[in-house]
Design a protein around this ligand. Structure first.
Ligand code: PAF
Length: 281
């Protein structure tokens, strides 16, 4: 992979990396298309990274569809697929980690201890192996995005992070490889995540700025869908992941919930309130 990537760069071409864990869907393809538009050559990695799964999580049953994924990537004109083995990525005796302190314990990091340490370690390794000019990530993993951006900044990594919008099914469910776990009834109940976010967005559009009533309204949607277990519903600064008290300057509204045994996440980004843009002018 490194040889191929250096050959691309020797020709003066710009290389994009789309890191994935496979089980590709339209969300991933939107990243590939953005990469294609921004760079001359596109590489995608497919690696189900064991270090970002907790001991009781779904590593063993995580959906794997390598042949289908490769066909999809080929149809999109992706030049390189990097699909290393676990032994290649984590040779025996590997004890070095990349940790973004503080942020890694927030949002999903609070409920999935060690998850983001696994993510930042493997993403740092992918960046070193592929040496891309730009790397493409989905906004659906909002905490991951904040943490990877911070890692790139703190470690002076020579890669530009590009974040692409969430891709949704027609009824609003955010696309996720884990949606494949949902039975038909669960699939319907999973819509509560999007419903709660839309409710908050409408309140903000109607002028509400205080996080208290906004959170309460979002959480209330979950109370009405009692078969779905809320993990967190938080309104935070999208860069620091710290809670905010009001959303006038923009905020990330992030949610995680268990639909049956399946943990789903979703979020919306609220922009700064229009009236605030004119303050002091
Ligand atoms: O978002 C993902 O699919 C994974 O967390 C990533 C970035 C490929 C690292 O394993």
């Amino acid at each position: 992979m490194r040889g191929a990537s250096r050959a691309v760069r020797r020709e003066g071409k710009r290389l994009a990396l789309v890191p994935t864990m496979g089980a590709l869907h339209e969300g991933h393809l939107s990243l590939v298309r953005a990469a294609r538009a921004a760079c001359d050559v596109v590489a995608a990695s497919i690696f189900v990274n064991p270090t970002q799964f907790g001991p009781n999580e779904d590593l063993a049953k995580y959906p794997r569809s390598f042949e289908r994924d490769c066909e999809m990537l080929e149809r999109e004109g992706v030049e390189f697929v990097f699909a290393p083995s676990v032994e290649e990525m984590y040779p025996a005796g590997a004890v070095t980690w990349v940790t973004v302190e503080e942020l890694s314990g927030k949002l999903d990091g609070g409920s999935r201890p060690g998850h983001f340490r696994g993510v930042t370690t493997v993403v740092a390794k992918l960046f070193h192996i592929v040496e891309p000019d730009k790397a493409f990530f989905g906004q659906k993993d909002a905490a991951q995005v904040a943490i990877i951006r911070r890692m790139v900044r703190d470690l002076n990594l020579a890669v530009e992070i590009v974040v692409c919008p969430i891709v949704r099914e027609a009824d609003g469910l955010a696309m996720s490889s884990r949606n494949a776990y949902l039975g038909p009834e669960e699939r319907k109940r999973a819509l509560v995540l999007h419903r709660a976010l839309v409710r908050v967005q409408r309140m903000v559009e109607a002028g509400e700025r205080d996080v208290g009533p906004l959170s309460a309204a979002g959480i209330y949607e979950f109370a009405r869908e009692s078969s779905v277990r809320l993990d967190y519903f938080e309104i935070v600064n999208p860069d620091t992941l710290d809670p905010v008290e009001d959303v006038s300057r923009g905020a990330l509204v992030a949610v995680a919930a268990y639909v049956g045994a399946t943990r789903l996440i979703d979020n919306i980004l609220l922009g700064p309130a229009k009236s605030d843009n004119h303050e002091g002018h």
